[in-house]
Write a protein that binds this ligand. Structure first.
Ligand SMILES: Nc1nc2c(ncn2[C@@H]2O[C@H](COP(=O)(O)OP(=O)(O)O)[C@@H](O)[C@H]2O)c(=O)[nH]1
Ligand SMILES: Nc1ncnc2c1ncn2[C@@H]1O[C@H](COP(=O)(O)OP(=O)(O)O)[C@@H](O)[C@H]1O
Length: 315
């Protein structure tokens, strides 16, 4: 049986192993199935894109995540973009639909989660929040570095997924300061403040979970914290830069043929006569990892290089 894998910006390799980010059974994949009238198994639309890897920012409610992210996006509008989450919570006074959040009904969001549209989601303070694949793509498609403001559960899910990211946890100088900021913001009822403070204790503890966050910043003085954040992201001259850069990209043309043998899919791109050393790829389906069907997933892909005697060698 012939299977087609449509690969637009095909991804990432670490030495000779490529990591393919796939959408499986998403609306887009289903549309391609109809269009090609064939068995399209997956679509890679560059969740990572050509931008630098996303930045995940977590921390308790009121710590200043939103404030720091806004400063970053305002100062560097062409460099950073905000991943607009979906939420079932009511919008606050100054919040705009599609800018701060996509405000949505629970049943609609649950259906979208089932349909595989979300990279991660979590129930936070009694509401559903989630990052759609599209929200990240909307930023990376513009060549910008994506910033996700998500809770610790969401950070954990992204860590467990195949999406590479930098994880930063923001801490308040003290619990009292956190409470003061939350109250001064004036956006929650007393009941909601109490819920957020209770959850903040848990989040502050989880922020120390080994291996979860790459960096912890204390937001005491806002300007100092912002300066440290920029330093961390390599935005100051001579500053420490993050070494976790995107691996090199490989492009696979849209025109190609594919065949499947057991758990392996062979993609032939271009003319074999050309003896190009990157015209055949082998996708190892048995290596698929990450989330439920429909979620962004990772898979190993190998390049098959022609050797000098004309045979092909797996690398
Ligand atoms: N997992 C997850 N958490 C999110 C997402 N969007 C926002 N959050 C988190 O949900 C929590 C509540 O956010 P929000 O209602 O805006 O209140 P705030 O933190 O008090 O400003 C925060 O910890 C956010 O980081 C998302 O897409 N996924
Ligand atoms: N370093 C800081 N010192 C004092 N107030 C701050 C600081 N950082 C943020 N704030 C204020 O605290 C409140 C909560 O900040 P916000 O960015 O909404 O937090 P989060 O997005 O983490 O819930 C806002 O009113 C903001 O202006």
């Amino acid at each position: 049986m012939i299977l087609y894998i449509i690969v637009s910006f095909v991804l990432v390799f670490n030495q000779l192993t490529l990591l393919l980010i796939l959408q499986v059974n998403t609306a887009f994949v289903r549309e391609q199935k109809r269009r090609f009238e064939t068995d399209v198994v997956a679509w890679s639309k560059g969740v990572i894109g050509e931008a630098e890897i996303p930045i995940v920012i977590s921390g308790p409610s009121g710590v200043g995540k939103g404030t720091l992210i806004s400063k970053l996006v305002e100062e560097f509008p062409s460099k950073f973009g905000f991943s607009v989450s979906h939420t079932t919570r009511a919008s606050r006074n100054k919040e705009q639909n599609g800018v701060h959040y996509h405000f949505t009904e629970r049943n609609v969001m649950e259906k979208d989660i089932q349909d595989g549209k979300f990279l991660e989601f979590a129930s936070v303070h009694g509401n559903l929040y989630g990052t759609s694949i599209e929200a990240v793509e909307a930023v990376t498609d513009k060549g910008k570095r994506c910033i996700l403001d998500i809770d610790v559960q969401g950070a954990r899910s992204v860590r467990a997924s195949s999406l590479e990211a930098i994880f930063i946890f923001i801490r308040p100088p003290s619990f009292e300061d956190l409470e003061k900021r939350l109250r001064a913001r004036g956006t929650e009822t007393e009941e909601q403040i109490q819920k957020r403070l209770k959850n903040a204790r848990v989040e502050l503890e989880q922020g120390n979970s080994p291996g979860l966050f790459d960096h912890i910043l204390v937001n005491d003085d806002l300007e100092t914290c912002y300066k440290n954040l920029k330093k961390l992201l390599g935005l100051n001259e001579g500053a420490e830069t993050i070494h976790k850069l995107l691996p090199e990209f490989v492009e696979v043309p849209l025109e190609h043929t594919a065949s499947k043998i057991d758990q392996k899919i062979l993609i032939n791109c271009g003319n074999a006569e050309e003896n190009s050393d990157r015209n055949t790829f082998l996708l190892d389906l048995s290596s698929t990892k990450g989330g439920a069907p429909g979620r962004t997933r990772g898979m190993n892909i190998h390049i098959i290089k022609p050797s000098t005697n004309g045979t092909k060698m797996l690398s």
